[in-house]
Ligand binder design. Structure first.
Ligand code: XMP
Length: 319
């Protein structure tokens, strides 16, 4: 039978042999794939691992702090957190078309990552959390380095021009195996079961123009929703749930004053593979509490709506 612990042992031996005394860089995204990759590398080569985490200002609430805790306190890796929120905001200024946002973010990410990686002068390898489905999807051969790089798609996809030799220890694995591996390596449940999050982050959930203030509004509303899902034991029953900030204002009333403020849409889906998805039939009382909490606690929001569309024809994300 397939034992995850012996797979880990085997990977550790192989990584040690291949790496020798050289240095490995691993890009962390906050997601499970890059986290498991980093944890495995840390168990294999300890202080020869340098992790880079780019704070692009488009992260969920608490995400950066969790990465800092896990990969600096718990696993004591040489963690470089790059404060790049302003560079991303500059690149996104005046951009509201979804694909243009993705392009701007992808390009900025590569620039920022390159700048940081360049300063680690003895680095030889780049570790990426490429999974088996990624290898297949990009037309690659699971025994060789991934052929095509979906550079804008996630933190794993960095261009070959960086000049590193790739280490992709998860390239034969499916997501559930990666999660089991993460548990075995001692990563916390909160990280292992965190819903997937797109590389362009909150930018594609902040419809229209991106500003720091709008991102803060969205981040707070998203945190309220997520917290309620956790507290009611619902978070792990749905595959992806998040808030979206719409690019329009609607009329409301507070006391005897008229308000004209933002709308938050809630999205939650049930899905096996993210190719098709059904909207989650969340309990009305849960939706009611989330709505009230968001309107009471997130400044500038006076309306909450729930997305009841399935994929197809809708997509999971709104952009
Ligand atoms: P859609 O919206 O296409 O999403 O139904 C399917 C899954 O893919 C994620 N997604 C992305 N992930 N970069 C990513 O890394 C992207 O640009 C991107 N767009 C969508 C989405 O969150 C969902 O899990």
């Amino acid at each position: 039978t397939w034992k995850i612990s012996s797979f880990i042992e085997q990977q550790i031996t192989e990584i040690r042999e291949r790496v020798g005394k050289r240095r490995v860089i691993c890009g962390l995204s906050g997601g499970v794939d890059s986290s498991v990759t980093a944890a495995l590398l840390y168990q294999s080569i300890g202080s020869q691992l340098t992790c880079i985490f780019v704070d692009n200002g488009l992260l969920r609430k608490g995400e950066r702090e969790q990465v800092e805790y896990e990969f600096s306190e718990h696993f004591k890796t040489d963690l470089h957190v790059v404060d790049a929120a302003d560079r991303f905001l500059d690149a996104l200024a005046g951009v509201s078309e979804p694909q243009a946002k993705r392009k701007a973010i992808g390009k900025t990410f590569i620039d920022v990552f390159k700048d940081e990686a360049r300063q680690i002068d003895d680095a030889h390898f780049l570790a990426q959390g490429t999974l088996y489905p990624d290898v297949i999807e990009s037309g690659g051969n699971p025994d060789g380095p991934s052929a095509t790089i979906k550079y804008h798609h996630n933190v794993g996809g960095l261009p070959a021009e960086l000049g590193f030799e790739l280490i992709e220890p998860l390239r034969m694995l499916f997501k559930d195996e990666v999660r089991r591996m993460g548990q075995e390596l001692g990563l916390p449940d909160g990280l292992i079961w965190r819903h997937p999050f797109p590389g362009p982050g909150l930018a594609v959930r902040c419809l229209g123009e991106i500003t720091k203030a709008r991102l803060d509004t969205l981040r707070e509303a998203d945190a309220v929703f997520t917290e309620e899902l956790h507290e009611t034991g619902t978070y792990r029953k749905v595959q992806q749930a998040f808030a979206v900030l719409l690019p329009l204002q609607t009329v409301g009333v507070m006391g005897d004053a008229r308000t004209y403020e933002d709308v938050i849409a809630l999205r939650s889906v049930d899905t096996d593979n993210f190719m098709t998805a059904d909207w989650s039939k969340l309990p009305y009382d849960l939706l009611q509490r989330v709505s009230t909490k968001i309107i009471n606690s997130v400044r500038g929001v006076n309306r909450v709506v729930y997305d009841i569309s399935s994929k197809p024809p809708s997509t999971i994300e709104w952009e």
